[in-house]
Write a protein of this length. Structure first.
Length: 192
């Protein structure tokens, strides 16, 4: 009798383990491994942005920007390719000092895609007395989530400001987010 009870407990234990491993290895399981991202391309325009088609084509920027509305708002454009798991992001019409060393980076921090635009004094020496508009472009691979929480930060000197944070639905393929809707007059010729 003890042998039969021990055998049943053993069989129950083995079946439980098999079910556990079978269910945990299921591709439809809600448990997902975190994305590992990498930056393929990052580019910063010169003063005046990537407003002309020639500038965008020469830079490989996959977005169309309407020059007649460029100065109306700072816009975050995004484009997602599900096959390559690539997210392309262009933030257009960013108003900064003309004399700066600018970069854009991306990192995945606790399920938040953090894109940081960085503006530091040119060659570490200082600033000039003019402002320009710039466009920041980044292409990120390894994004597999359908809904991404994105945060856009701007770091100027030692100060970091979150410009926008929210969710984007990558299943839509592309989109545009207004970051700043304050229009700038003749912004594409500022500082030129």
């Amino acid at each position: 009798m003890i042998l039969i009870v021990t055998y049943r407990i053993f069989v129950f234990f083995i079946i439980s383990l098999l079910l556990f491993f079978t269910l945990s290895c299921d591709s439809e399981s809600p448990v997902q491994t975190p994305d590992k991202i990498s930056v393929n391309v990052s580019q910063i325009s010169g003063c005046g942005g990537f407003t002309s088609a020639a500038k965008r084509m020469d830079s490989g920027i996959p977005f169309t920007i309407d020059p007649s509305t460029y100065c109306n708002a700072e816009r975050l454009h995004w484009l997602y390719d599900e096959n390559t798991r690539t997210l392309s992001v262009l933030n257009s019409r960013i108003l900064l000092n003309c004399c700066g060393d600018n970069t854009i980076t991306a990192a995945l921090e606790e399920d938040v895609l953090l894109i940081t635009e960085d503006d530091q004094p040119e060659s570490g020496t200082g600033r000039c007395r003019c402002v320009c508009v710039f466009d920041f472009f980044i292409e990120i691979t390894g994004i597999s989530s359908r809904i991404v929480t994105l945060r856009l930060d701007l770091k100027v000197d030692d100060t970091t400001l979150t410009k926008w944070e929210g969710k984007i639905d990558l299943s839509k393929g592309s989109g545009e987010i207004i970051i700043d809707d304050n229009a700038l007059e003749n912004c594409d010729t500022m500082g030129v």
